[in-house]
Each structure stands twice: as C-alpha cells, then as structure tokens.
Design a protein around this ligand. Structure first.
Ligand code: PGA
Length: 255
C-alpha cells in the first residue's frame, strides 16, 4: 500500500524526503537517483545539499536521470530542464558534470534519443529511488491524462493545462514549448522505489485521484498504486481532499 506522510509544510516534507534520499545514497556503492524538476522538489534538493555540506552523506559516486525535457528550447535556455537540473541538483550537490542525464529535447532524432534514454537507464542498472511531482491534471513526468500505463520514454504533446501551469516560467504562454520528451509510466514504474511530493491545495484533487482513485490513464499519477514501494509526502493543502487522511495520520503516529 502507498505510504502517505502529511508534513507541516514544504520544508518539513523536504527534510523527510532528504532523509530517505541520503539513506538510499548511503546504501549503494553506485547510487542512481531519478530527479524531478518544477517547483515541488526544491526543498528536497536543499535538504540533501545541506546533508552533503555537513558530511552526513557522500555523493561522489551518485548519478541520476531526469524525468523529462522540453522539445525545441535552444541549448542553455534557463528554463530547459537541463539548465534546471544543473542549477538545482548538479551544482548544489557538487556532482561531476555528466552525472545526471536529461532527455535530449534538441535532437533532430528525438524519438531515437528517447529510446536510447530508456536503454541508458537500464545500462546503469536502473533507478534506486525516483522523485516525482504531480501536475494539477494528474500528470507525472510529462505523462498527460490519456497516457498508456505501460509507456516508455517518448515524445509527447503537452496539454493546454500543463502549458498554462508552466507559463509562469516563461515570458508568455506562447513561449512554452508544445512538446516534450518524458520517461513513460512503464519506465517510471521500474524504479525500485517512488517518492511523490505535492504541495498546496491546487494539487489536492490530483493527489486524491492518484492515491485513492481508480488506477486509470485519466489520472496518470494513479499508476503509483501499482508499485510495491511508494511514499507520498504532502503538505496540509495537498492532503486536504484525501478521504482517508485520518488513517494516514494515525498510521504515522503509531509507527
Ligand atoms: P510543480 O510541477 O512541481 O512545478 O508544481 C509538478 C509537475 O508538473 O509534475
């Protein structure tokens, strides 16, 4: 069953997640993490970076894979997920350049590059822990509603809802790319462990559908229910529409 942790706020949630990431890094000779972009994981990366600075965890052997990338942004664009991963993960953790791969959204042969990305994940031995955010429409990675539950890394069109949500990172809605390369739901499910975070009431409906609704391509995040090892870490707002909230809270206290 999905374990649900309801934190006081995003900072506490980031610490709960950072703790687990540090454990996973320490447990493997060559740890492989799956990194998410967007606003949600920033407190997680801050928490992990603090543990690295304080000598609590050594990330010299850490490598990783990002979930997704926009198609068509020029190399070095500040909102490309390559740039975001460098800024939020590679630099603060002091990882070597190339330690974290991001799907290639500029390649003229994007479909082939997407298949090669899946191969690279397998060649690395798979992902030990995959971080996930969730879109207000239920997407994980950029697997929009309607995505096949068995899908692999591939090129997808972004939904109007996602482009509107992400317009805050660009000057104008028209500047938001129309397509992306994203790990598929089948790819994500192959990670050994999933850690999904969500903050704020704007995510509450998607979280309730993902955790308690039917498993359905209508809410791609609901595939987490098919995975044997999942932790969902929420703040109060994101947890506000869960029908079984009291049960999750009691379970946490009783642990
Ligand atoms: P956010 O995006 O973290 O910026 O809210 C999450 C997502 O769209 O998956």
């Amino acid at each position: 069953m999905t374990r649900v942790v309801i934190a006081r706020d995003a900072v506490e949630a980031g610490d709960v997640a950072g703790d687990r990431l540090a454990e996973v890094v320490r447990a493997h000779r060559r740890p492989v993490l799956g990194f998410a972009t967007g606003s949600t994981p920033t407190t997680v990366y801050r928490s992990l970076a603090r543990r690295v600075r304080e000598g609590e965890v050594d990330v010299a052997a850490l490598s990783g894979f990002a979930l997704d990338e926009y198609v068509g942004l020029p190399a070095g664009h500040p909102e490309s997920y390559r740039s975001v991963i460098d800024r939020d993960v590679v630099e603060p953790l002091g990882l070597r350049p190339g330690a974290v791969l991001v799907p290639d959204g500029s390649a003229s042969r994007t479909d082939e590059a997407a298949r090669e990305y899946d191969d690279a994940i397998r060649a690395a031995g798979g992902v030990h822990l995959q971080l996930l955010g969730i879109g207000s429409n239920g997407h994980i990675g950029f697997n929009e509603p309607g995505s096949s539950l068995a899908s692999r890394t591939r090129v997808k069109r972004l939904s109007a809802a996602t482009r509107a949500d992400n317009a805050r990172f660009f000057d104008r809605l028209d500047d938001v790319p129309t397509h992306c390369v994203t790990q598929g739901l089948g790819t994500i499910l192959e990670a050994e462990e999933l850690l999904l975070l969500a903050f704020g009431e704007s995510k509450a409906a998607a979280v309730a559908a993902a955790v308690e609704g039917p498993v359905s391509s209508g809410c791609p995040g609901s595939v987490i229910q098919l995975h044997p090892r999942v932790t969902v870490i929420l703040d109060q707002g994101a947890a506000s529409r869960l029908a079984h909230r009291e049960y999750y809270e009691a379970e946490r206290v009783g642990r």
